[in-house]
Design a protein around this ligand. Structure first.
Ligand SMILES: Cc1cc2nc3c(=O)[nH]c(=O)nc-3n(C[C@H](O)[C@H](O)[C@H](O)COP(=O)(O)OP(=O)(O)OC[C@H]3O[C@@H](n4cnc5c(N)ncnc54)[C@H](O)[C@@H]3O)c2cc1C
Length: 270
């Protein structure tokens, strides 16, 4: 690898798979041969669209989210906080390393959105305030300029029958974009990368390595999906805490299987 081999300002276009290599065609018209193509191109993955036609990202029906990062100046954010409210609203805030604060508010089963993004968030933040307590999240939202508020419909990747062919493989959200309420999507993608790195390094047999990867990860994510659903549907803060702790414990204690290290492969990443 190395910095000279990283090409920016172009995108993955399509691939042609051969027995002993894969040819990757970029949107700038160039092409490159590689031992393996890793499609880590997110929920709307173009690699997935070619590998598995008919599995586009889907809306997590009614699940809307609002968020922003703003300077913490003028606010006393003495702790990071996750608040479980009424009307299926959850939210909170987290201090960042550089004196900012990240706030987030989400609602499952949201009614259709009306008004500005700030109005939408402020309408929902009342569901997180018990008896007028804890107005910090509302204050943070009120202080955020409208254009800095990100509002998203949450998208999911449906369960896929496979994640790999002989020389093309999906990783991260391209394979398993999930509802972010378990705050683990990025971590799960890093696990994919670590496992792929370990499996691809030790063997000259790319198809076997990719088969091993999906044999490990597909059942793992089926279980993640179950644990995640339990967190999503937890009816009370106590149940939420119990399911969230169970999920975190399982994630930390059940790492994808490790293997020995071997020579480097030529990998194209989309
Ligand atoms: C509201 C919200 C809150 C979240 N909170 C958390 C959290 O607290 N903790 C956590 O772990 N996760 C969280 N997540 C999930 C996390 O953001 C994702 O799981 C993670 O970003 C996925 O990483 P990725 O690299 O697989 O995909 P992405 O981050 O989507 O990256 C894909 C990249 O591929 C590029 N790309 C797309 N198409 C092409 C193409 N054709 N050619 C070349 N490049 C292409 C894109 O530009 C992008 O840079 C949250 C998600 C949301 C929506």
């Amino acid at each position: 690898m190395g910095r000279d081999n990283i090409r920016l300002a172009t995108g993955f276009g399509a691939y042609d798979e051969h027995d002993d290599h894969v040819t990757v065609r970029s949107t700038d018209g160039s092409s490159e041969d590689a031992d393996v193509l890793v499609g880590a191109d997110g929920a709307y993955s173009a690699v997935r669209a070619q590998l598995l036609p008919g599995f586009p990202a889907q809306e997590h029906a009614g699940h809307q989210v609002w968020r922003a990062v703003i300077p913490a100046t003028g606010f006393t954010v003495s702790e990071n906080r996750l608040i479980l409210g009424h009307n299926r609203c959850r939210g909170g805030y987290v201090r960042t390393y550089d004196g900012h604060v990240y706030w987030l508010l989400n609602q499952f089963d949201s009614p259709p959105l009306t008004g500005t993004r700030k109005q939408q968030a402020l309408e929902r933040v009342v569901h997180l305030q018990e008896d007028g307590q804890d107005s910090l999240l509302a204050d943070l939202i009120a202080a955020t300029p409208e254009e800095q508020i990100l509002q998203n419909q949450i998208m999911l990747v449906p369960p896929l029958p496979h994640w790999a062919s002989a020389r093309v493989v999906l990783a991260g959200d391209a394979a398993h974009a999930m509802s972010p309420h378990i705050t683990a999507g990025a971590t799960l993608g890093i696990e994919d990368a670590a496992l792929l790195g370990r499996l691809l390094a030790p063997t000259a047999d790319v198809p076997a390595a990719l088969a091993g990867y999906q044999a490990t990860q597909i059942p793992r994510y089926a279980h993640v999906a179950q644990l995640s659903a339990a967190v999503e549907h937890a009816p009370t803060p106590q149940e939420f805490a119990r399911h969230y702790a169970a999920f975190s414990h399982w994630m930390i204690s059940r790492q994808p299987q490790r293997s020995e290290e071997q020579p480097e492969k030529h990998v194209a990443r989309a």
